[in-house]
Design a protein. Sequence first.
Length: 429
Amino acid sequence: MKGKFRWVIVSIIALTILINYLDRSALGFANGAITKQFNINNAEWGLIGSAFSIGYLILSFVGSPIIDKIGVKKALSLSAGLWSVFSILTAFMGSFVSLFLVRVLLGGSEGPAFPAVSRGISRWLPGKERGKALGMIVGFGVPFSLMIGGPIITQLMESLGWKSPFVILGALGLILVGIWLWLFKDSPIGYHRVSPQEQEYIKSGLVEEETTEHVKKVEWKKIFTNKNLLISAFGYFSWGFMFWGFMYWLPGILSQVYHLNIVKVGFFTVLPWAVGTVATIAGGLIADQLYRRKPGIRSRFNLIGICLLLSGASLIPIMFNPSLYGAITFISLGVGFGMVTGSIWWIVAIDSAPDQPAAASGFLNAAFALAGIVAPTAMGVAIQITGSFSAGFGVMIVLALLSSIGFLFFTKEKQGTISEEQRIKTIVH
């Protein structure tokens, strides 16, 4: 028996990311209560939504090289501890400015999380298992958290007030930090909880650059001149515009366009993220299967391109003001096809720069965060000016279609890509 402690680590990471996304998404459900209490309009609400991503952008990019230097254990412990504190502080903010600032700090504290996870996975799992692992982490941590978050958070807000979820989620985050410090190591090699057979199994699926625990220097030129990473960054921005747009504005769409109360809003947000949960897990499994059939990064790029094409096309009917059930159906399809790519971004980041995976992941994460700045504010301003959500939907569609073209026609197989068998021989010999 080779052991399965690596999957314990994957489970802890998934639970941590679940709390992470519940933290950042809770604000969207407080739309009505906060806009009323602070007397802010749709454009100002969009700025509050973007505040998170300002901090997220800076720290996901600037903090990523630090992760490569100090290791995942320290980085993720610090990140999770800080975001838990800032989540609790959100409940005690009393003005637009203070709420804006604490959201910037919350975003900054969460910025290093996914790059840290990416590096951790690159050291704890062989290449052929990463799609499955990241599918579990992203699927459980992102759309599943948003799926269960709708009913849970809205019920808490209805019963205990809009501030209660922020305090509860912050406390849960601090508990997880303790578990993380207790069980995680930067490398499974030599760790007493990992059996010798499992250590050998993990090591046999790593390329040479992935056996190091720390990186002394980040080679930025290699990051900024990597064509595949540049296309991926634009693609992740495009998907991010749709993701952030729906995460912050879907409750507003349901309440303002379809006039639902907060409890019904929570109920109707379940379907899009339920579809996204299944799609994310399926995407990781499909990516692994494609890699086994034909090892190489292009198979994953093609999958991303096809899914973004379908995602953008699914939103076209929303431009024609469908019924509530029609809108939820088309949004669910758009989110579902987009979420198939959820775990694959981190795989292509690892494959594109295996010697500095956190820096490469941080580069993609920064593009995603930039979308998080642009989407909430742009949609808020458009709604304030036009009184309609159509302009925001139109941008989502165009970006998804353009990025799909980039993935399908302009990405290249990485030079020197080798098969899984060759990867094993590289380590063994």
